[in-house]
Design a protein around this ligand. Structure first.
Ligand code: SF4
Length: 488
């Protein structure tokens, strides 16, 4: 894939990350630190960002479309309003048409017992069914986000304290969620019982922090303490941190794609450094799928760690044969069709010096529709490569994700429709190979995949969905992952 900003000439052929969440309790610079935390988590969502702080008896919300730096950057009035020592924030990705301001998180509601702001990473697989029931009972929804379903269920709970209300609500939802919530006196963090999405606990100058990934702690010099456990509810107050496990226990199924593509390489999630995992997957790929070639070239940036591993294991030199322009922001000019057809390459350009006359092993993290891979192969050939051998640092992506990653309908996934040979022809490569699913796990230091007791979610490769797909089974969806095209 071509990286997180989703605005390249290869648009439409990436799996988009889910969302990023951050929360901090009891620090005088809570708002500014949340801005920095969200900036570090920008790769998890680039459509919009929001922060809610609590100051002198009032919640303050700033929720806007755009990148964190554009919204809360230098001299930003939005940043200046974020006063108080408690804050939560959210980076949002949504599919086209879903970036209305009303959908930008954190969402906020006044409940009996006080206000609550919630920011959620993941996707509820029964949100549509729950929402239909709530609407029938008279609920009026302000947004199309499934996070609002959690808010309505929380508001309607007959339990007393807000934490109990929230837990009562979450017992009714199915799906993947790592969420942070803020009340006047509490910061709450929850991971779904399968632990599909990451959430870590850290601390800065005594102030507890919850964040999607450890890179959000690093940016502010905070200490990593531990991963929030699957099914754990963490309640942070002025008195300290409480941990609860109110949900029925499930076998943990962390999203293996976080290691392949979504998480930042410098993050450590679920006890594993992401860069190390990717590099080892590249080594495994070299053992499983060697190629008679001269150079190893990553598709930047996501293919880089695996290409380093492939190069080390194969002995073939690593070359930066494709250069990525990092300054292409979301506001960069959209080329007209005429300019686009003339072959404009805003974001990736071949480095002819590294490619001309060479037999090239191209390394990417995955193939989605295949249209990106096809263009990259052609670009490398046009730059003079003698042969192009495409190697993929994940098994073939054959199924859609329903747990918070925007994937196309499975019939749009190249690997769902074609065998390997046919795919190689489609993308124009001299050869094509993927790391095996057992190889993927071995590279991560695990045993081969145990079909009886899998330890990760790998449904987009295996079709083995750990959490019920109620909405999809109801016929509400046909391969689009999320409720009303919204991803939290
Ligand atoms: Fe991750 Fe794939 Fe499972 Fe979605 S289906 S949670 S992308 S492993």
């Amino acid at each position: 894939m071509t990286g997180p900003t989703g605005d390249s000439e290869f648009d439409g052929d990436t799996l988009h990350e889910e969302c990023g969440v951050f929360g901090i309790f009891g620090h005088p610079d809570a708002g500014a630190l949340t801005v920095l935390g969200l900036h570090a988590l920008q790769h998890r969502g680039q459509e919009a960002a929001g922060i809610v702080t609590y100051d002198k008896g009032q919640f303050v919300a700033e929720r806007h479309p755009g990148l964190v730096g554009d919204i809360f950057g230098k001299n930003s009035a939005h940043a200046a309003s974020l006063k108080g020592s408690f804050a939560i924030g959210h980076n949002r990705y949504s599919t086209a048409g879903g970036t209305a301001v009303r959908n930008i998180q954190p969402l906020f509601a006044d409940l009996t017992g006080g206000g609550i702001a919630i920011a959620h990473n993941g996707n509820l697989t029964n949100a549509r069914a729950l929402r239909a029931g709530l609407v029938q009972e008279g609920a009026i929804f302000q947004s199309t986000s499934d996070t609002e379903v959690i808010i309505h269920l929380t508001a309607r709970s007959s339990f007393g304290p807000v934490v109990d209300k929230l837990v009562d609500a979450l017992k009714q939802v199915e799906g993947a969620y790592s969420l942070v919530a803020l009340t006047a006196k509490k910061l709450i963090g929850v991971r779904d019982p399968w632990g599909v999405r990451p959430l870590v606990l850290g601390r800065l100058e005594g102030a507890p922090i919850l964040a999607s990934e450890s890179c959000a702690l690093d940016i502010i010099g905070a200490e990593f303490e531990r991963d929030v456990a699957p099914g754990e509810v963490i309640v942070i107050t002025a008195d300290g941190i409480e941990s609860h496990y109110p949900f029925q226990k499930q076998r943990a199924r962390f999203c293996v794609f976080e290691y392949i593509y979504f998480a930042r390489p410098d993050s450590t999630v679920e006890g594993r450094n992401v860069y190390e995992a990717r590099r080892r997957i590249g080594e495994q790929l070299a053992h499983e799928a060697p190629a008679a070639a001269d150079v190893v070239v990553p598709v930047p940036d996501s293919g880089v760690p695996a290409a380093i591993g492939y190069s080390a294991a194969s002995g073939l030199p690593f070359e930066l044969g494709i250069i990525r322009n990092h300054y292409v922001g979301r506001t960069f000019i959209e080329p007209t069709d005429r300019i686009r057809q003339s072959g404009v390459r805003r974001k990736h350009n071949p480095n002819r010096a590294a490619l001309a006359g060479k037999r090239v092993v191209l390394i990417d993290d995955s193939i989605v529709r295949g249209t990106t891979s096809k263009k990259i192969v052609q670009m490398v050939r046009d730059a003079g490569a003698a042969e192009v051998h495409f190697r993929v640092a994940s098994p073939p992506t054959r199924h859609s994700c329903f747990y918070g990653v925007d994937t196309p309908n499975e019939h749009a996934l190249l690997a769902h429709e074609m065998g390997i040979e046919e795919m190689a022809q489609f993308i124009g490569a001299d050869s094509l190979a993927f790391v095996s699913i057992d190889g993927l796990y071995r590279a991560m230091g695990e045993a081969a995949r145990d079909a009886e007791h899998p330890r990760f979610c790998d449904a987009c490769f295996s079709g083995d969905y750990p959490i019920p797909l109620t909405d999809a089974a109801d016929g509400a969806k046909t391969g689009q992952l999320s409720f009303l095209a919204e991803v939290a």
